[in-house]
Write a protein that binds this ligand. Structure first.
Ligand SMILES: Nc1ncnc2c1ncn2[C@@H]1O[C@H](COP(=O)(O)OP(=O)(O)OP(=O)(O)O)[C@@H](O)[C@H]1O
Ligand SMILES: Cc1ncc(CO)c(N)n1
Length: 271
C-alpha cells in the first residue's frame, strides 16, 4: 500500500484542506496520513476563525510519522505563519523526504488570509527549494513573482521566475483567468520546456477546495510511481471529473466530488 501525508489546515466543512486531501488519497487507493497546522472554522460561505497549532506539536506530528512510517509523497497546503513554515522545513529536511507537492495556499475563495502576508518570504525561501512541484493559482503566482498574470505568456514567465527560486517543477493554474478560449489551462514548467493541461471551463459555483484536491491528486499519483508529467495529467482529469460532479451542501460554494467509482469508470485508477 502506498502512503501519502498531507501537512495542512483543517476545514470544518470538509471541502478543502486536510479533509479534501484525505478524501483524494482514498479515492486513489493511497493510504492517507495528516499533520494539522491550523484548525479553521469555515463553511461554504466563509472562514470565521483560525487557531494555529503550536510549532512544538507540528514538529512532533511530523516526527511521529517519519520516525515510524515510510512516506511515498507529501502534500503541503495551508502553513499559516512564519514559525510554522520554518518548523516544517527544518523537520522535513531531517528525513530524506521525496515527492513533495507544495500548494502555496494564501487566500480562501471567500477572501480570508490563510497565510499571514508577512510569512510569504519564509514560504519562498524555506519551502519552495524543498518542493518537487509547486502549484500556485494565478493570484498566488502574482504574489510570488510580482508579475501580473492575464495570459498564457504571463503564466509561462511567472513559471520560469518561480523555477529560478529552486523548485524542480512549477504548475501555474489558470482556473482564475477568464481566457478567450473558455478553457481552464494549467501550465507546467520543468526548467526546460512547457506542457499545457486543458479542460473545458465547467459552469458551477461549487469549487470549494479545487486547489487542495488537485495538489493531493498529484501527490497520490507520484506516490503510485508516476512521473511528474503523468501525475499532473491524471490529476487534471481527476479535478475535472470532481468539479463536473460537484454539488451544493450549504448556502455558498459547495465541494467537489471524491468518489472512487467515478474515477475508476473514467479509467484514471490502476486498481
Ligand atoms: N470552473 C472550472 N472548470 C474547470 N476546471 C477548473 C475550474 N476552476 C478551476 N479549475 C481547475 O481546477 C484546478 C484548481 O485550480 P484553481 O485555480 O481553482 O485552484 P485554487 O485557486 O488554488 O483553489 P482553492 O481556491 O481551492 O485554493 C486547476 O486545474 C484549474 O484549471
Ligand atoms: C484549511 C484550508 N486550506 C486550504 C483552503 C483553500 O482555499 C481552505 N479554504 N481551507
Amino acid at each position: 500500500m502506498k502512503k501519502a501525508l498531507t501537512i495542512a489546515g483543517s476545514d470544518t466543512c470538509g471541502g478543502a484542506g486536510i479533509q479534501a486531501d484525505l478524501k483524494t488519497f482514498s479515492a486513489h487507493g493511497v493510504y492517507g496520513m495528516s499533520v494539522i497546522t491550523a484548525v479553521t472554522a469555515q463553511n461554504t460561505q466563509g472562514v470565521f476563525g483560525v487557531l494555529d497549532v503550536t510549532v512544538d506539536i507540528i514538529e512532533k506530528q511530523i516526527d511521529a510519522i517519519f520516525d515510524d512510517i515510510d512516506v511515498d509523497a507529501v502534500k503541503i497546503g495551508m502553513v499559516s505563519q512564519t514559525d510554522t513554515i520554518k518548523t516544517i522545513a527544518s523537520t522535513l529536511k531531517k528525513y530524506s523526504t521525496k515527492n513533495i507537492v507544495l500548494d502555496p495556499v494564501m487566500i480562501s475563495k471567500s477572501g480570508y488570509d490563510l497565510l499571514k502576508p508577512e510569512a510569504k518570504e519564509a514560504l519562498i525561501s524555506e519551502l519552495i527549494p524543498l518542493a518537487t512541484i509547486i502549484t500556485p493559482n494565478a493570484p498566488e503566482a502574482e504574489v510570488i513573482t510580482g508579475i501580473k498574470i492575464e495570459s498564457i505568456q504571463d503564466m509561462e514567465e511567472a513559471a520560469k521566475k518561480i523555477y529560478d527560486l529552486g523548485v524542480e517543477n512549477v504548475l501555474v493554474k489558470g482556473g482564475h483567468l477568464s481566457l478567450e478560449s473558455k478553457e481552464a489551462i494549467d501550465v507546467l514548467y520543468n526548467g526546460q520546456d512547457f506542457r499545457y493541461y486543458k479542460s473545458p471551463i465547467i459552469e458551477t459555483k461549487n469549487t470549494h477546495g479545487t486547489g487542495c484536491t488537485l495538489s493531493s491528486a498529484i501527490a497520490s499519483n507520484l506516490a503510485l510511481g508516476n512521473n511528474i508529467e503523468r501525475s499532473v495529467e491524471l490529476a487534471k482529469s481527476y479535478i475535472t471529473i470532481a468539479i463536473e460532479n460537484s454539488f451544493s451542501i450549504g448556502k455558498g460554494v459547495g465541494p467537489t466530488h471524491h468518489f472512487y467509482e467515478l474515477y475508476k469508470k473514467a479509467g484514471l485508477l490502476s486498481e
